[in-house]
Write a protein that binds this ligand. Structure first.
Ligand code: N2P
Length: 375
């Protein structure tokens, strides 16, 4: 057999076979089970990976850390790649030994990661052994600007001292804007730090008095909320114009704004981070310790860390990434949008909430159930 023919055969068969899960039928197509946030990838990236590698991606989505952690808590989730936020979920998984140490030899594009950002998540993952930053962002306020101008012209988002969070959390303002549509995404983990900070308390507080204050603040505006939807549903509601003021993830508002513009029905949305400084999050690419196909997961992480692939993801979902070489390749309107890539001053004011201990976590979850129920 000629050497080039052998090389071709090896390339066609041996590489995919090497990625197949143990026990799979010889020749069966390898599968990669991905569990990621909703609205958090460019679908053409998935197609391209499948075409290049012959690995089929089975793709599931979640829209809160509570859902992700619930799914993983029993073990044997069947997923090969997950995208937990650095704190609290990724930190807990690292501590529990529930993640596979990554094999850097299989991720040559690791060198593309921003060392400064990776240092920030090394606090919960020494040596960055278990995860690479995928995308990051802030928690803040989505505003339907066209309706706000019509309903409350005195509340000008461009005015000095304007606090968008007041529209949602000050009962008299919430009451005024209720018919315009107010919403808070359904996640204790990703909402409480912002409420605590707005109250002037520590976003990480485990003090029962602080949690009672946060609960009282939320319950005071509860009657004025139109919905407490999952973040994915909230993105849709913003895009259709059903909601005027929402507390949710930065890129979700910016994606909704783009969809609304494309629909051309006059819905104009803007994203505003909280005045006191936003909650900053880093979402990590990680492999569960019991993943059926860790080789395929490594290959997908390496693929995502290519600058042009990452640029495509950011251009599509409007969240910044941690691959600096992707930045010049990101669509200019997104690259230069300060609500996508927060300017240095906004980043300096931002904070990354920590990981509450189990007792505080239970108290937060009970608080959240009462808020959802409205009592
Ligand atoms: C995607 C939301 C992901 C950001 N829709 C939350 N960490």
């Amino acid at each position: 057999m000629r050497r080039s023919t052998l090389a071709l055969i090896l390339a066609l068969f041996v590489a995919p076979a090497a990625l197949a899960q143990p026990g799979a039928q010889p020749g069966a197509q390898p599968v990669l089970n991905v569990y990621n946030w909703a609205d958090y990838i460019d679908p053409t990236v998935v197609q391209r990976f499948q075409q290049e590698t012959g690995i089929r991606i089975r793709y599931d989505v979640y829209d809160s850390l509570e859902t992700l952690e619930g799914k993983l808590s029993a073990g044997r989730s069947g997923y090969d790649l997950i995208v937990p936020t650095s704190e609290p979920s990724f930190a807990r998984l690292v501590r529990a030994g529930a993640l596979l140490p990554l094999d850097r030899a299989r991720i040559p594009n690791w060198r593309n990661l921003d060392p400064v950002l990776m240092d920030r998540v090394a606090t919960v993952d020494p040596g960055n052994a278990h995860g690479a930053i995928y995308l990051w962002g802030t928690v803040g306020i989505g505003l339907r600007l066209d309706r706000l101008r019509a309903v409350a012209p005195d509340l000008d988002p461009a005015a000095p001292g304007f606090s968008a969070l007041d529209l949602l959390l000050k009962p008299e303002l919430a009451a005024r804007l209720a018919r315009c549509g107010l919403a808070v995404m359904d996640s204790a983990t990703d909402v409480l730090p912002t409420v605590l900070r707005w109250l002037g308390r520590s976003p990480d507080s485990t003090d029962p008095a602080d949690l009672r204050a946060a609960e009282a603040a939320l319950l005071a505006v509860r009657p004025h909320l139109r919905a407490i939807p999952g973040s994915g549903a909230l993105l849709d509601m913003l895009a259709t114009g059903e909601i005027c003021v929402a507390l949710t993830y930065s890129g979700d508002v910016i994606q909704a704004a783009a969809r609304a513009r494309a629909a051309g029905r006059g819905v104009e949305l803007g994203y505003v981070p909280p005045r006191a400084g936003p909650h900053l999050f880093f979402d990590m690419l990680a492999i569960p310790a019991d993943a059926p196909n860790p080789a395929a997961a490594h290959a997908f992480i390496d693929f995502l860390l290519r600058p042009e692939v990452m640029a495509g993801v950011t251009s599509h979902v409007r969240y910044p990434n941690a691959v600096p070489a992707s930045r010049p390749l990101v669509a200019a309107a997104i690259r230069d949008d300060p609500s996508v890539y927060p300017p240095a001053a906004a980043l300096a004011a931002a904070y990354v909430p920590g990981t509450p201990p189990a007792t505080a976590e239970r108290a937060r979850n009970r608080l959240w159930s009462r808020f959802r129920a409205g009592r």
